[in-house]
Design a protein around this ligand. Structure first.
Ligand SMILES: Cc1ncc(COP(=O)(O)O)c(C=O)c1O
Ligand SMILES: N[C@@H](CCCC[NH3+])C(=O)O
Length: 384
């Protein structure tokens, strides 16, 4: 919900831009920190969700760790001031240059996705006279019941080490003197809204941890990844996720000894709600079949609807009190028919110049923007 004061502030600004409510971000981080501290859980922020400088600086100020998926993200995390001792680095295709950079930074650990990658890291660490700390990313074959494109923990997905390779990985660890295995890592997908999925994950993780311990691999770190979903339908009433219920599931169902640390990698749940894409209506086309509201933002600024048919609530914030409504296909200016934010959205009667807010866009929004059609880089505006 935007106050009239804020809407007046938006009015003279050049659109489109991302608006980040840093005060909501801080309240979200506070809620997450309080709930995780209760169980002594370690939280890393998944930079891939949003690496806007002010968003990142706000997250860093809460002293949580960083989950990175490229050398660029490791560098950004360290330059922003995240402790190198709290950086984890996942990714199925880490290049030698990225591995070398992360080794030089003495990060907390590499989440290693294959036996071949273990061998490469071992070789690169040996060349530096170092020991690389790793967690084995396991593909647990647990269904996250989310969109197929953002499911990562099924055997058909490219991520992690599969169960039939466990014997081989144990044998490999014995032959790799420059690898220190801290534990196991899992991440089964994103935008998970059925919390029973996390219970199923815990049960599977318990079995896998037991298997490794029985095969003499000490598991001191259990990283269960991220994936906690947000409510895209109720950005105002559900603006902060129920972190307490989420962490309690892991406390209840994940078996752990006093020395085993449990780590999380949350992205979306921390940043989705604090961001909105603010855009202006350029043209309205009233047709016989469909009315189109054509915005100055498109799939180049927010590609989630085009890529995953994702829902984002759309509001005409210039006409919030208007009673007369109409249905519109809300589209962007890009030369693709998939450049459509939503079809048949009921909005107050809309005109050229109206400001449109596309809500819950703080995660995987600005970071996935492109300059297709030679579009300008999207800007950001902040609220304290
Ligand atoms: C390895 C890993 N960890 C953490 C995340 C963060 O996920 P989410 O934003 O759903 O919490 C992702 C993205 O899905 C990921 O690939
Ligand atoms: N980009 C996805 C999430 C993928 C998370 C990374 N594995 C989204 O917008 O929902």
């Amino acid at each position: 919900m935007f106050s009239n004061e804020l809407i007046n502030k938006f009015q003279p600004l050049e659109t489109p831009f991302y608006y980040y409510d840093l005060s909501l971000l801080k309240s979200t981080l506070e809620a997450c920190k309080t709930a995780s501290a209760k169980y002594n859980f370690h939280v890393h922020y998944a930079l891939k969700a949003n690496f806007d400088a002010r968003v990142l600086e706000t997250i860093r100020s809460f002293n949580i760790g960083a989950d990175c998926v490229s050398g660029g993200e490791v560098k950004r995390a360290i330059e922003t001031g995240f402790s190198n001792k709290a950086v984890v680095f996942a990714g199925v295709g880490k290049s030698d240059a990225e591995i070398n950079y992360a080794l030089d930074q003495d990060i907390f650990c590499f989440n290693v996705e294959s036996i071949q990658e273990l061998e490469v890291i071992n070789g690169l660490a040996a060349a530096k006279g170092k020991t690389a700390k790793v967690a084995l990313r396991i593909n647990p074959n647990v269904n996250a019941y989310t969109h197929k494109y953002i499911t990562t923990g099924l055997e058909e997905n490219k991520f992690g080490i599969n169960q039939w390779e466990f014997d081989k990985v144990v044998a490999a660890l014995k032959k790799l003197p420059n690898i220190q295995c801290l534990g196991l890592h899992f991440h089964i997908g994103s935008q998970i809204t059925d919390l029973n999925v996390f219970k199923s994950l815990c049960i599977k993780v318990n079995e896998i941890v037991t298997w490794f311990r029985e095969h003499h691999v000490e598991i001191n770190v259990i990283n269960v990844g991220g994936g906690l979903g947000v409510d895209y339908y109720h950005p105002d009433t559900k603006s902060i996720i129920d972190f307490e219920t989420y962490f309690k599931i892991f406390d209840s169902f994940l078996e752990r000894s006093a020395i085993q640390e449990v780590h999380f990698e949350l992205g979306r749940a921390l940043v989705a709600n604090c961001g909105s894409l603010i855009s202006r209506v350029l043209y309205v086309k009233n047709g016989q079949v469909t009315n189109f509201a054509i915005l100055d933002a498109g799939m180049t600024e927010l590609m989630r609807p085009a890529l995953y048919q994702a829902y984002h609530k759309i509001e005409n914030i210039s006409k919030a009190n208007s009673e007369k409504t109409k249905n519109y296909d809300v589209v962007g200016p890009i030369c693709e028919s998939t450049d459509c934010f939503a079809k048949a959205v009921e909005l107050p009667e809309t005109h050229r110049g109206d400001l449109i807010a596309i809500r819950t866009a703080g995660a995987y929004g600005e970071v996935m923007a492109s300059n297709y059609n030679l579009r300008d880089k999207v800007k950001a505006v902040y609220g304290e």
